[in-house]
Design a protein around this ligand. Structure first.
Ligand code: FRU
Length: 424
């Protein structure tokens, strides 16, 4: 990677690599890194809407925060269309699979609230129609800023383009529930630059999204993680010795893996409000390994930086594979070097018998992992499926040094607060 001038004077770090050798260690169905089977009898949050990526309200240090005893989550959300002629099949039945698969194109940010950290009640849309500058409101992070209830929602404004943006509003509570007010002025922050992060012009399948701002517990500065791809024209990337890693004889052939170029991006704020950002080189690259490292986020534990990111089977490169789920890396300092957790990176994957049961995992600092239900087979052959679009059972993991272990399973959508803020 070329170094880019930055306010640090020089490039502060070399990106760490998730190598093909690391990925060869990924094994589905290891019980310590596999999500328990999700039953096809799951309850749904709503018959009116699908939800997927779930973003719990938190503070800038990563703690899941309730306000006046109310937990709040934001979700990517799309209407279900059981009666829309466009989603009826030849027999006049609702084609829920097609409706679900189309959801990304009409994703909007909604919020939900709860007294119990589960049993979520729908609050509604965060931004009124017309506020967000693009068609799609894609994932990000809501940050509770203060005891006045101010919230900065960082998210991705997609189609046209993909811009990391933020919008400020306020959370208001009563005895009966929560409402979000404001969220009227969206501020664009930055887009891919084509030098460190791939642009749409370089690759129509580029990824640039999912901001996750945080304060570095060690240097106290404001940073942001995001998903990217390594800059360069599609097909121009090299999968060399470093990207391959230490593989056994017979594993040197990289096939067409140059097309998979995911990275975890990082930016540093130039101001305390997080209105002015400078992109830095990626923290982690997966060139020749995987094309998507989505929704990157941290857990800060035992003085270490645990970097988590979600990825798919279908985005792996030739010759390597792994389940849909959450992967993780650990370092002693923010800029690495990062090593894959459990040797491979895999932290919590779907079981091979239900490869699409859950996705978009978010590891919280209390070791609880939330995700949504995508689809669960309803027969033994796996040909019949039930679409989810709702919260999955929460899983508990234990993080110990460079290893993680699945240790518990909780209720659907259980996202308990780690601290409560009383609003002034
Ligand atoms: C993960 C994800 C995010 C994106 C959103 C789009 O499930 O792909 O990266 O913001 O879903 O729907």
């Amino acid at each position: 990677m070329k170094s880019t001038p930055s306010k640090f004077g020089k490039t502060p770090h070399q990106p760490s690599m998730w190598t093909r050798a690391d990925a060869l260690k990924v094994h589905a169905d290891d019980p310590t890194t596999t999500q328990p089977l999700v039953s096809a009898n799951f309850p749904v949050l709503s018959d009116e809407v699908f939800i997927w990526d779930t973003m719990p309200l938190r503070d800038i240090d990563g703690n899941i925060t309730s306000v006046d005893g109310w937990s709040v989550i934001f979700t990517l959300t799309a209407d279900r269309h059981p009666n829309d002629p466009q989603y009826l099949d030849q027999n006049g039945n609702y084609d829920v699979i097609r409706d679900w698969n189309d959801r990304h194109g009409r994703a909007k940010m909604y919020y939900w609230f709860s007294r119990t950290g589960k049993d979520w009640k729908l609050g509604g849309r965060v931004m009124a129609e017309g506020v967000s500058p693009t068609v799609r409101e894609w994932a990000g992070t809501p940050i509770l800023l203060n005891e006045q209830g101010e919230v900065d929602l960082y998210y991705t404004a997609v189609t046209p383009g993909a811009t990391i943006v933020k919008v400020r509003g306020r959370v208001v509570t009563t005895e009966h529930g929560v409402s979000l007010v404001g969220f009227e002025k969206v501020k664009p922050l930055f887009e891919a630059d084509g030098k460190m992060y791939q642009t749409e012009a370089q690759n129509a399948f580029w990824g640039f999204r999912d901001p996750w701002p945080f304060r570095d517990p060690k240097d106290g500065k404001l940073y942001m993680l995001f998903e990217g791809n390594v800059a360069g024209e599609r097909g121009s990337h090299k999968v060399g010795k470093a990207e391959i890693g230490d593989v056994p004889p017979g594993y040197e052939d990289v096939g067409n893996s140059r097309f998979q170029t995911a990275c975890v991006g990082i930016a540093v704020a130039r101001d305390e409000d997080g209105d002015d950002w400078e992109m830095l080189p990626p923290l982690l690259t997966a060139v020749g390994v995987n094309d998507q490292t989505e929704r990157p986020h941290f857990v800060f534990q035992d003085g270490k930086y645990y970097l988590f990111t979600i990825s798919h089977t279908f985005t792996y490169a030739d010759g390597v594979t792994g389940p849909d789920g959450v992967y993780g890396f650990v370092a002693d300092s923010l800029f690495g070097p990062y090593v894959p957790l459990n040797g491979s990176g895999l932290v919590l994957g779907n079981p091979s018998s239900q490869p699409f049961q859950t996705y978009s995992h978010c590891v919280m600092p209390n070791g609880l992992v939330t995700s949504f239900i995508d689809s669960v087979p309803t027969d033994d052959t796996g040909t019949q499926i039930r679409i989810g679009g709702t919260e999955a059972p929460t899983v508990g993991i234990k993080i110990k040094g460079q290893q993680t272990f699945v240790v518990a399973e909780y209720d659907y959508g259980y996202i308990p607060p780690m601290l409560d803020v009383t609003l002034k």
